[in-house]
Write a protein that binds this ligand. Structure first.
Ligand code: PLP
Length: 360
């Protein structure tokens, strides 16, 4: 068996230790005589798996007691509708910062349910930076302000949160959840699809301040009401049981590695290796302003489409897969989530150096 270094933006690599544990427990979990896949979600065994996963997530992210954790389905994209349906119900207004395609999709969806307003955008420069937000740009009557914390496609991240005063801040953290410490108390709602940095696809994590639950619009489908899920411990209907189990293994793995401070240290080290190389390369260059660079998604180009294609092809042959950039940016993108070992980035940089020597 030879595993590749997978730089996919999502679904993406999982820690090898987690995959090995899941494999070892595949046929029989503990002494249950069954796989987690086969368990009733109402069983005592499964409830223990679920509770441990939630407890470890709370511990790792330091989630305050006045926040509820929900394990849902539908992906981050369903949150684009759930957030307005549940929160945009006081003044029917919400402010959005458009820093990429996901942020734009979130805005467009919200505009279907109320008065969504774009207060800033970085589309003028292909989303290569994070716009400055000053408090006067925010409508104090808005029901919330929405940002996309890490822009998976463009490789930017918010390093300083906008000051929103009493207006709840809502953030899509799909591609940066668990990559570094985050002060949950600064947010009204955090949400993330699990398939980038947590687990296989199929699970959406929502962390919501309790006072924001229970205000949904009348038209909200039962399944899209946060209250439905908070009142039923995320088990109003069948949750994505197996994916929650794998997420639980990942939370435990992070805890054992040293928590989010350790993840930040390693992720910073990995990202710095790539950015330092890009900054000194004669062939490759990063596409994002240095101050707003993501720790997780690193887009880069040669400036020559044919050379980009040659790089993607040769890197794949060398065991570095999924480096082709998003179609809207072109070039390449290396997604280096928690599960990407330091060794993988080191070897990629060596490969890029060699490619540069051969092609300049
Ligand atoms: C991948 C991604 C999404 C879409 O996630 P789904 O779970 O596929 O709906 C939304 N936002 C961000 C930031 C993403 O990276």
């Amino acid at each position: 068996m030879s595993r590749v270094y997978n730089f996919s933006a999502g679904p993406s690599m999982l820690p090898e230790d987690v995959l090995k544990t899941a494999a070892a427990e595949m046929l029989e979990y503990g002494t249950s005589g069954q796989s987690v896949m086969e368990m009733s979600h109402r069983s005592k065994e499964y409830q223990a798996i679920f509770d441990e996963a939630e407890a470890n997530l709370r511990e790792v992210m330091n989630i305050p007691d006045n926040y509820t954790v929900l394990f849902l389905q539908g992906g981050a994209s369903t949150q684009f509708a759930m957030v307005p349906m549940n929160l945009m119900n006081k003044n029917h207004k919400a402010d959005y910062v458009v820093t990429g395609q996901w942020a734009k999709k979130a805005y467009k969806e919200a505009a279907r349910y109320g008065n969504a307003r774009v207060i800033a955008s970085s589309e003028d420069k292909t989303f290569s930076y994070i716009p400055e937000i000053t408090p006067d740009m925010i409508d104090p009557e808005a029901d919330y302000v929405h940002i996309c914390m890490n822009n998976t496609i463009y490789g930017t991240k918010w390093t300083k949160l906008p000051e929103t005063g009493n207006v709840p801040l809502v953030a899509d953290i799909s591609s940066c959840i668990l990559s570094e410490p985050i002060d949950v108390s600064k947010f009204g709602v955090l949400y993330a699809g699990a398939q980038k940095n947590v687990a296989p696809a199929g699970l959406t994590i929502v962390i919501i301040r309790n006072d924001l639950i229970g205000n949904a619009m009348d038209i909200t489908p039962t399944m899209l009401n946060y209250q439905t899920h908070s009142e039923n411990g995320s088990m109003f209907n069948t949750p994505p049981c197996y994916t929650i189990y794998v997420a639980g293994l990942v939370f435990k793995w992070i805890k054992e590695m040293g928590g989010l401070d350790y993840m930040k240290k390693i992720n910073t080290e990995k990202a710095a290796m790539l950015y330092d190389f890009l900054d000194n390369s004669k062939l490759f260059k990063g596409t994002v302003v240095p101050a707003d660079r993501s720790l997780m998604n690193v887009p880069f180009v040669t400036g020559d489409d044919e050379l980009d294609a040659k790089f993607v092809k040769q890197s794949k042959e060398a065991g570095f897969v999924n480096l082709k950039g998003h179609r809207s940016v072109g070039g390449m993108r290396a997604s280096i989530y928690n599960a990407m070992p330091v060794e993988g980035v080191k070897k990629l940089v060596e490969f890029m150096k060699k490619f540069e020597e051969e092609n300049t």
